[in-house]
Design a protein around this ligand. Structure first.
Ligand code: MEV
Length: 441
């Protein structure tokens, strides 16, 4: 039977592990051994990781891979990707290589505005609140000067604050809707600190505003928080080439391929069930780079999916067309990223990943991430509309089976040759290994 525990967070790491091992595992010593096997031998590194979160008992590995040959705006880069799913890094690399001989990727940051809101209740005359806001607006800026000083030096700060009447949605509900420029930082702490100060100013100033009645003075702040939906912090990535240049292995008829490809994108544009999977493929690339560079992939995911649904129907993030014999494929996504602050200078592998990208600005990182998403989407659609996705997946799977059976080099050659023309299945591979081994006896 499992018991509740009190004061767990106060226990030492060893004590936490011992409690868990005893409580949940039939072989506690084995569980403890496994957890400790994943501790870093360098105590300093382990302590760093222990302190990223609370109640850490061990590390959970995700492979860090690299996808080379990304030609972006005329410059080659190797993109670091942290992801557990096989085929993703291979697909990114394949796309990068493919487009490197067809003009490469073009990426452009469209805008970089972040958003935060103070949600509050005001019970009274909306026109008096509007007047109060106009008279107070400057005070919101002056009261946050100590917070914004450094950000302003870096060229950022508060862009604007507006009062939003949301009483058509909820009784007495209003917002201070603020926009920010946070330069190379993701800006969560900066934005939330500004918002909490706005809330304080709002409440305090309302208390002594002469035009307000007693009830109107009692503004109730419900919460102050940044929004992870950033529809004005958007980057675009694109590839294009003459249709005839698409010719390659598996693309014997480039026009037919381009047409099927465009059709596949159009299906994702009109059909939400497909759009979700289509966008999931894009997120394979996006999340992997976001994670490798120490950014918040949950925030990125939430914001991107909201953007995909901004028309009211969930749709494709990418688009494709053929015009004047030119094939163009592009996506536009909102991305609030940082290359300073947060984990960026703390996690040694994040630092390494950023260095591999030549220490990009946040704007440059937005471009890398969007390109990785587009590359991933291209690879998935290319497979889906030509060989089918299982062809590549089963080749990776074949590798896993060969490893599982400790296949020798000669067995690997024979088996790979055999499956060049045969469908890979677990049982077919195992049968062949067994046959080869029987013959060898
Ligand atoms: C698998 O991780 C991603 C795909 O399903 C994406 C897609 O269907 O476009 C292959």
């Amino acid at each position: 039977m499992n018991n509740a525990v009190t004061g767990f967070s106060k226990l030492s790491k060893e004590e936490k592990i011992n409690w868990i091992a005893k409580e949940y595992f039939s072989t506690p010593t084995e569980a403890i051994k496994l957890l400790k096997n994943y501790w870093n031998t360098d105590e300093k590194i382990q302590k760093l990781h222990d302190e990223f979160i609370e109640n850490t008992i061990t590390n959970f590995y995700i492979p860090l891979g690299v996808a080379p040959n990304f030609l972006i705006n005329g410059k080659y880069s190797t993109i670091p990707m942290a992801i557990e799913e096989s085929s993703v890094v291979a697909a990114a690399s394949k796309s990068a290589k493919f487009w490197s001989t067809r003009g490469g990727f073009k990426a452009t940051v469209i805008n970089t505005e972040k958003i935060g809101q103070v949600h509050f209740l005001f019970n009274g005359d909306p026109s008096k609140l509007a007047l109060f806001f106009v008279e107070m607006k400057q005070k919101f800026f002056t009261d946050t000067e100590s917070i914004t000083k450094n950000m302003q030096k870096r060229g950022g700060g508060i862009l604007d604050i507006t009062l939003e009447d949301k009483t058509n949605l909820l009784p007495n509900y209003y917002q201070l809707h603020a926009t920010f420029e946070t330069k190379d930082s993701m800006g969560a702490n900066f934005i939330n600190s500004c918002l909490e100060q706005f809330a304080k100013t709002l409440k305090e100033e309302a208390l002594s505003y002469a035009l307000f009645s007693e009830t109107e003075r009692e503004i109730q702040v419900i919460m102050s928080i940044l929004s992870n939906y950033v529809p004005n912090c958007v980057v675009r990535a694109e590839v294009s080439c003459p249709v005839a240049d698409l010719q390659e292995k598996h693309i014997e008829n480039p026009l037919e391929f381009a047409q099927r490809f465009v059709q596949a994108v159009q299906i994702a544009e009109v059909e939400p069930f497909r759009a979700v999977t289509h966008n999931k493929g894009i997120m394979n690339g996006i999340d992997a780079v976001v994670l490798a560079t120490g950014n918040d992939f949950r925030a990125v995911e939430a914001g991107i999916h909201a953007y995909a649904a901004k028309s009211g129907t969930y749709t494709s993030l990418s688009h494709a067309k053929i015009e004047n014999d030119i094939f163009t494929f592009w996506l536009e996504i909102p991305l609030a990223l940082g290359t300073v602050g947060g984990l960026t200078s703390l996690h040694p592998l994040v630092k390494l990943s950023l260095e591999m990208l030549e220490n990009p600005s946040a704007r440059e990182l937005m471009q890398f991430v969007a390109v990785a998403g587009l590359a991933q989407n291209f690879a998935a659609l290319r497979s889906l509309t030509t060989t089918g996705i299982q062809d590549g997946h089963m080749k990776m799977h074949l590798n896993n089976i060969l490893n599982q059976f400790d296949a020798t080099d000669s067995e690997r050659i024979a088996i790979r040759n055999h499956f060049k023309s045969q469908a890979v299945s677990h049982s077919a591979v195992v049968d062949l290994i067994e046959k080869l081994r029987e013959k060898a006896i």
